[in-house]
Design a protein around this ligand. Structure first.
Ligand code: ZN
Length: 319
């Protein structure tokens, strides 16, 4: 590091040979559930014969984890952004003469990631949005990895999304260099969400079956929603000053006309019920503003007159 201190980056290697799968968690310091997912994966693989090589890095960014924010040196209330100099997922493949975060990325990339055929980068987004596998729509292997994750939601990013500093996101750098990569977003930051970790761990095992790293037949993906593409509804709060109560969680099934939330008028104390207009699965509900977790006031369930506040997004299930 620049000031002559050293950071240890623990990693674990299973098996040898090809293909090589690299999995890391916690690029962002409050996205902790993926660390536990890797812990579960280690337990789950005990006694399993690995074909090829599995490389695990449970904490890719110990500086940010110890800082207790997304980025090392991020200030309280500062927005999540592409531009922060310590935004680790905008500095790949790193720089050996750069700042602390760029050096960490460089060390990981040079020593472990560059030789990998497949990469799974574990993140967590807000608890108001369902877990999701994010792949690259122009790379069919990446799309298949998303499908075999068995998560309810997948999102396929177009190549044009990765411009400016987004061109230095790990999954993009790996793909451009001929590898195959996905991101898995768990639902919920700051805490370990055990059920999320279990779900994602099972998904990773299934991807490993698909890749032939675990010698079992993969479970074929069933119903999955492609975010942004499949039919869905956004529910917007009617104009008013409201307190929002939600009765459902991301990932829950709802039937048409079911009450999913209520709005309490701050002046009259009258309650307005919010119904689902379709049969579906909830993708987002509650404080669904972008990056609400980085600004505490954005997470408060208060809606004010004139705000176009999205209460929920529901993807339609067709029977
Ligand atoms: Zn992240």
């Amino acid at each position: 590091m620049p000031q002559d201190f050293t950071i240890k980056l623990p990693y674990f290697i299973y098996g040898r040979g090809e293909p090589i799968l690299y999995i890391q968690a916690a690029q962002h310091g409050v996205e902790l559930t993926g660390i536990y997912t890797i812990r579960l994966l280690m337990e789950r693989l005990r006694g399993t014969k690995i074909e090829g090589t599995l490389i695990l890095v449970p904490i890719a960014n110990p500086l940010a984890v110890k800082w207790r924010r997304h980025f090392y040196k991020m200030e309280l209330g500062e927005r999540y952004s592409d531009d922060h100099p310590h935004q680790m997922n905008r500095v790949w493949p790193g720089n050996k003469d750069g700042n602390e975060t760029e050096r960490l990325a460089y060390a990981l990339y040079e020593n472990l990631i560059a030789k990998a055929d497949y990469v799974i980068d574990l993140h967590c987004w807000e608890m108001w949005r369902c877990s999701c596998a994010l792949g690259h729509e122009w790379d069919s292997e990446s799309v298949e990895m998303c499908r075999y994750s068995l998560l309810n939601f997948i999102r396929l990013m177009p190549r044009k999304y990765f411009t400016g500093r987004k061109a230095n996101m790990l999954s993009f750098v790996v793909t451009v260099k001929g590898g195959h990569a996905i991101v898995i977003e768990h639902s919920g930051q700051r805490w370990i969400f055990v059920d999320e970790a279990k779900r994602v761990c099972e998904g990773i095992i299934n991807i490993m079956r698909y890749l032939g790293i675990v010698p079992e037949k993969p479970v074929s993906p069933k119903r999955q929603f492609v975010v942004g593409k499949d039919p869905h509804v956004n529910i917007i709060a009617p104009d008013g000053d409201w307190i929002l109560t939600v009765y459902k969680r991301p990932g829950d099934s709802v039937v048409k006309n079911e009450v999913i939330a209520s709005l309490l008028d701050i002046e009259t104390f009258k309650e307005h019920k919010v119904h689902s207009p379709i049969n579906g699965i909830i993708y987002e509900i509650g404080a669904t503003r972008p990056n609400v977790d980085t600004r505490p006031s954005d997470e408060v369930m208060v809606i004010l007159k004139g705000e176009k506040y999205r209460i929920a997004t529901i993807y339609e299930t067709r029977l």
